[in-house]
Structure formats: structure tokens, C-alpha cells
Ligand binder design. Structure first.
Ligand SMILES: Nc1ncnc2c1ncn2[C@@H]1O[C@H](COP(=O)(O)OP(=O)(O)OP(=O)(O)O)[C@@H](O)[C@H]1O
Ligand SMILES: [Mg+2]
Length: 395
């Protein structure tokens, strides 16, 4: 096992996972109330790469001997990867994850109950999709959907009631919740979920996603008029502070030495975001004291690694979407200013702007659009400096 977690790994080992003691304590005491019939609903937010997923995996391992922890990542579902996330597919993902967690926990009586339920309710069953001997009904079919969704949403509390001798409660973690923005009628779906969640005394729900607090989904979820109307406990995970970053670097077995200026610059480059800290710390040379100038140079040399996720996303953008981002390099712009720069009508920017917002590449602040992450800006500026042109897709 490597000493520093890789950026694709969120199941960190004890030695790779650093700190987050306050967050772990807070989440543990909130979730722990489930044992006493008052389960919380939590919304965990924070910018990309800050360590939300790593944190919930850690919490999962802490509790999964006493609680049934159902861990769902919407971005890893087949439906999302094939761009078909629907209400039905979300319910199916939840169902599959409940079954998987129950098997892992060793709750053996579940299969027969579910089978019996499906039989007596005459669901359309997809034989091919049988999952570990449990038939999987066709969730997407309209005739099945409504009853099935009710069944799946009630299942966690039922499982608890049938197994209260073995379980202190059930936790449902839903990661990458921002992806439900793609659903038609998100609002309706959230209200529907809420109607079950609020009555389940022994099931805690934790939604997690890289939404900034400006996001409209947060309003739909937890705003005054939102489905959870402020009852959700919102916890924002922050990047590491300067102090924590310094201690983290010192704790890594690699012998990275930074003088004061070098550290200040390192913090400025990574902004305390573990995702960037880990990539950069793996690249830095060991056993020599690095100064501010060293870090500036090394940052430039490493930008293709730091921006690797953006390079991939960039290659998937249309030419117009790329041009919009380039137009925002200098400074944030109003929509009309972008339209003028690109010499197109303001209306034609609807689709590309929404896609860029969905990808979290840009954000909308004070009536202006801006690039979300400075690393993307540096990468584009650096490519231009090196090659004399921006890396536009060839058309
Ligand atoms: N507590 C930690 N200690 C050390 N490294 C960490 C920690 N948390 C996260 N990391 C590193 O940062 C990377 C990104 O973390 P993670 O995937 O959990 O972020 P995230 O907030 O879920 O991001 P996204 O919004 O993109 O899903 C991890 O793969 C790991 O390398
Ligand atoms: Mg994540």
C-alpha cells in the first residue's frame, strides 16, 4: 500500500487517512442517536476533492459492525454512466445496495421475505437480472414503479424491525446526490423520499455531494420551501487549514521539506484540498528543502497531473463550451458579455452554460459566471504559455 492515498482511492487505510477528527466526532454523535429512535437526516457538502467520500467510507467502517450501512454512489451506477438516471433507476440502485449490505452483514432471512412479497404482489420480474438469487423486478416499468418505490423506501425500517436484536439501526448514505438534478421533477421526487424518511425512526440518511452552498438543489432539499424544509442538518466539509496541511505533510513518510515561503506557496497552490495535496506531495522531491521559487517551478511542471481530471473533462466538451471557459479566464462575466465575446446570441448560451454548471466547471455568483477551480485556469494558461494556443478540440 502506498504511503499517500492515490486520487482514485477513497477507501483509505488508517495511515493514509489524516485527521478529520472533529468531523468524525460530529457525524458519529449525530448518527449514533439512531440507536435511540431519533435518526437524523444529514446533508454533507463541500467542494470537489475535499474528502467527502473518503470521510463517509471511514464512518462506514466505524459503524458497520453494529449498524446496517447502505452505501450508495449514484455516479458509479450503470444508469448514470449510460446517462439514463431516472426515478426508477435510483430506486433500483437503492434496492440493490440494501440487498448487498444485508448480505454482507449476514442478514439471511431477507431473501425469502422479498421473494414472497414480489410473488404476492405480482410484479413484472426480470429473470435475467436476478441478483444473488433474489429476483429483481423491472423498476423502470411504470406499472411496477409506484408500488415498488414504496416497497424499497419502506424496506430499511422493516429490516431494522425484523433484526433489532442484531442492529442498532440502519444508515443510508447516498453519495453524489447532485446527480439527481438531471431528473424530471426533482422536487416531486425529493418530497416523495421525505415522506418516508421522516417516519423512519431507526434509519438515518446522509446525502453527500459536491454542491456549493449557492446551489439550487440545496434549496430544493433544505430551503424554506424545500422538501426537508430546514430539518436536514447541513455539514460542510472544509479544506485542511494551513496548520493541518503542515502537520499532514510532516506526517507523510516521504521526507518533504519546505521552508516557510515554500510551505506558503504549497498551501496557495493546493488550497488545503487533500486531492491536490496528495498529487503534489507525491511529485515533490524528497530530502531537499524547497523554497517558494522551487514550489512555483514544480507547480508549473506538475500542472498536467494536478489537472488530470479537468484534461479528461475538457476533451469531452464541445468547441463552444471550451470557448466559453476561455472567455472566462480573465475574469467573471455576465451572460451578455460572454455572448458578445463569442459573437453569438445570449439565448444560444442556455444549453452550454447549463452543461458547464452541471459539470461544476463554472459557477454562477453575483450575476456572473466564473471558473470554479483555479487549477483549471492555471492549466489552460500554462498550455497557452507553452504552446502559444489553447488546447481547443480540433474541429
Ligand atoms: N482525510 C484524508 N487524508 C488524506 N487524504 C485524503 C483525505 N480525504 C481525502 N483524501 C484524498 O483526497 C482524494 C479525494 O477525496 P474524496 O474523493 O473523498 O473527495 P470528495 O470530496 O468526495 O470529492 P468529489 O466531490 O469529487 O466526490 C482521495 O482520493 C484521497 O487521495
Ligand atoms: Mg466524492
Amino acid at each position: 500500500m502506498d504511503e499517500i492515498a492515490s486520487i482514485t482511492d477513497t477507501n483509505l487505510t488508517e495511515t493514509q487517512f489524516y485527521n478529520r477528527a472533529d468531523e468524525i466526532n460530529m457525524l458519529s454523535s449525530l448518527l449514533g442517536t439512531t440507536e435511540f429512535n431519533s435518526s437524523p437526516t444529514i446533508l454533507l457538502t463541500g467542494i470537489r476533492g475535499v474528502g467527502k467520500t473518503a470521510l463517509i467510507k471511514k464512518i462506514k467502517h466505524k459503524f458497520d459492525k453494529e449498524y446496517l450501512v447502505v452505501d450508495i454512489d449514484l455516479s458509479r451506477s450503470n444508469a448514470y454512466q449510460q446517462k439514463k438516471l431516472s426515478r426508477g433507476s435510483i430506486i433500483k440502485i437503492i434496492y440493490d445496495a440494501i440487498i448487498k449490505a444485508s448480505k454482507e452483514f449476514g442478514l439471511r432471512t431477507l431473501d425469502k421475505k422479498i421473494e414472497k412479497y414480489f410473488k404476492t404482489n405480482k410484479f413484472k420480474i426480470d429473470k435475467i437480472l436476478s441478483y444473488e438469487h433474489i429476483p429483481v423486478p423491472v423498476f423502470e416499468s411504470e406499472e411496477n414503479y409506484a408500488r415498488l418505490a414504496d416497497f424499497v423506501m419502506e424496506l430499511p425500517q422493516k429490516i431494522y424491525e425484523d433484526n433489532s436484536d442484531k442492529l442498532k439501526g440502519v444508515f443510508i448514505f447516498i453519495d453524489e446526490i447532485q446527480l439527481i438534478k438531471d431528473l424530471d421533477n426533482v422536487d416531486k421526487f425529493l418530497w416523495y423520499m421525505r415522506s418516508f424518511i421522516q417516519n423512519q425512526k431507526n434509519v438515518a440518511y446522509l446525502f453527500c455531494g459536491s454542491m456549493s452552498l449557492k446551489d439550487s438543489l440545496i434549496n430544493d432539499l433544505n430551503g424554506k420551501e424545500g422538501a426537508f424544509g430546514g430539518r436536514m442538518l447541513t455539514i460542510e466539509i472544509h479544506p485542511f487549514s494551513k496548520q493541518t496541511t503542515r502537520e499532514y505533510i510532516e506526517s507523510i513518510p516521504r521526507n518533504i521539506l519546505l521552508d516557510d515561503g515554500g510551505f506558503e506557496r504549497f498551501y496557495k497552490c493546493t488550497r488545503g484540498i487533500p486531492y491536490y495535496i496528495n498529487i503534489f506531495a507525491k511529485i515533490l522531491p524528497e530530502n531537499i528543502t524547497l523554497t517558494e521559487n522551487n514550489i512555483i517551478e514544480l507547480f508549473k511542471d506538475s500542472i498536467d497531473y494536478l489537472a488530470v481530471h479537468f484534461i479528461f473533462m475538457w476533451s469531452k466538451l464541445t468547441f463552444q463550451e471550451q470557448k466559453i471557459i476561455i472567455s472566462l479566464l480573465g475574469n467573471p462575466k455576465r451572460r451578455i458579455e460572454i455572448a458578445n465575446t463569442l459573437e453569438v446570441t445570449s439565448g444560444s448560451l442556455n444549453r452550454p452554460l447549463n452543461r458547464l454548471l452541471d459539470f461544476d466547471l463554472i459557477e454562477y455568483v453575483n450575476d456572473k459566471y466564473q471558473i470554479t477551480d483555479p487549477i483549471l485556469t492555471y492549466w489552460l494558461q500554462n498550455s497557452h504559455e507553452k504552446n502559444g494556443i489553447y488546447p481547443f478540440r480540433s474541429i
